[in-house]
Design a protein around this ligand. Structure first.
Ligand code: 3PG
Ligand code: MG
Length: 396
């Protein structure tokens, strides 16, 4: 069902608009933002609302705070608010609380064009508990509600569900980012251009069982890479040496190989090292990986085969790196796949999280049809899990 978007809103001049964004960005040990993609992705919606004369109350979670103010300090929203101010080119106020009299006063004082960023929603226990009383306090701040937090759409946290539920009767719409993500994924799920090729990597089979099963029903080919490779080839009875392995997932891997027997392609060669942090020992093996060696990337034959398979695709979905791409000597597989997507004339969609970060690091993000801001949300949507949060948004 198509959802109303910010393009369907009534006149907003002088209104206060509550906008749920996903500013859950990666941080370094000091709490500096190492990738601001999710903040940048929310700017078109925020700018549109500001141009329409609204005052904005912007709210997000950041990280997984534990309720210890000292340890949680890096998860305060200050830096995200600062970055947002730079991107919008206007001052942004930051509230030091999530709810309370100070927040209510600051929200009330908002004038057209003002922006107030609330403190990390997860600093309040009501957020992840989905507490309606907490949600009501947020809901009372705004005349309208916008969900532009695609990356969090698979969560039923208060700000995603109970807040819009408490605002029934007021405008409740999705932002431009959520609308775009849904349009691209809906098309890919309902009417993909063929051949439809999925490239799947990452460390664990266990994180992606539902995703792989869902894709097997839809795609023509699945190319496997990353550490999950070793669980699959071990399940085939091959030796994987000392490679990372999910020993308790061999049965699942076998089941997936049966389900996908005409579709799944596994690597035929591997870059292996004796110790992951000693790149000078890197070498390539075909077939089995000898004891004492650890697989860190797909090998050259596999890279070439995957590039060939991607070339004619009408649609490519990619989730999960092909190897330890953060170490330059083991980044070839991931780089070659990224370059193959760029060269492909079809619709190329990259799942969020690590894969999106890899593509950005290679400077190729703008050359994909779409790089999702969703990690878990991207996987769950493709799996076919409906987003409860969207049930609180008005239908077109
Ligand atoms: C994400 O990055 O997956 C979203 O921001 C949701 O965060 P969470 O996985 O901690 O709930
Ligand atoms: Mg997550």
């Amino acid at each position: 069902m198509a959802k109303k978007t910010v393009n369907d809103l009534p006149d907003l001049r002088g209104k206060r608009v509550l906008v749920r964004v996903d500013f859950n960005v990666p941080l370094d040990a000091e709490g500096n933002i190492t990738n601001d993609r999710r903040i940048r992705a929310a700017v078109p919606t925020l700018q549109k609302l500001l141009d329409a004369g609204a005052g904005l109350i912007v709210m997000s979670h950041l990280g997984r705070p534990k309720g210890d103010p000292k340890k949680d300090a890096p998860f305060r929203m200050n830096r995200a608010a600062e970055r947002l101010g730079e991107l919008l080119g206007r001052p942004v106020q930051k509230a030091d609380e999530v709810v309370g009299p100070k927040v209510a006063a600051a929200a009330k004082a908002l004038k057209p064009g003002d922006v107030l960023v609330l403190e990390n929603l997860r600093f309040h226990p009501g957020e992840q508990a989905g507490d309606p009383a907490f949600a009501k306090r947020l809901a009372d701040l705004g005349d309208a509600y916008i969900n532009d937090a695609f990356g969090t759409c698979h969560r039923k946290d208060a700000s995603m569900y109970a807040v819009p539920a408490a605002m029934a009767g007021k405008p409740r719409v999705v932002g431009l980012l959520v609308a775009k993500e849904l349009a691209i994924l809906d098309k890919l799920l309902s009417d993909p251009a063929r051949p439809f090729v999925a490239v799947l990597g990452g460390a664990k089979v266990s994180d992606k069982i539902g995703f792989i099963k869902a894709l097997l029903n839809r795609v023509d080919k699945v190319l496997i890479g990353g550490a999950m490779t070793y669980t699959f080839i071990k399940a085939q009875g091959k030796n994987v040496g000392d490679s990372r392995l999910e020993a308790d997932k061999l049965d699942v891997a076998r089941e997936l190989l049966v389900l996908g027997r005409e579709k799944i392609t596994l690597p035929v060669d591997h870059v292996v090292v004796q110790k992951v942090d000693a790149p000078e020992t890197a070498t390539v093996v075909k077939g089995d990986i000898p004891d004492g060696w650890v697989g860190v990337d797909i090998g050259p034959l596999t890279r070439a085969a995957y590039v060939e398979a991607i070339k004619p695709a009408g649609t490519v979905v990619w989730n999960g790196p092909m190897g330890k791409f953060e170490d330059e000597p083991y980044s070839r597989g991931t780089r070659d796949v990224a370059a193959a997507l760029v060269a492909c004339a079809g619709v190329t969609v990259v799942g969020g999280g690590e894969t999106a970060e890899a593509v950005e690091e290679f400077g190729l993000a703008d050359r994909m049809k779409h790089v999702s801001t969703g990690g878990g949300a991207f996987l769950e949507y493709v799996e076919g899990t409906p987003f409860a949060a969207l049930s609180q948004i008005e239908d077109k």
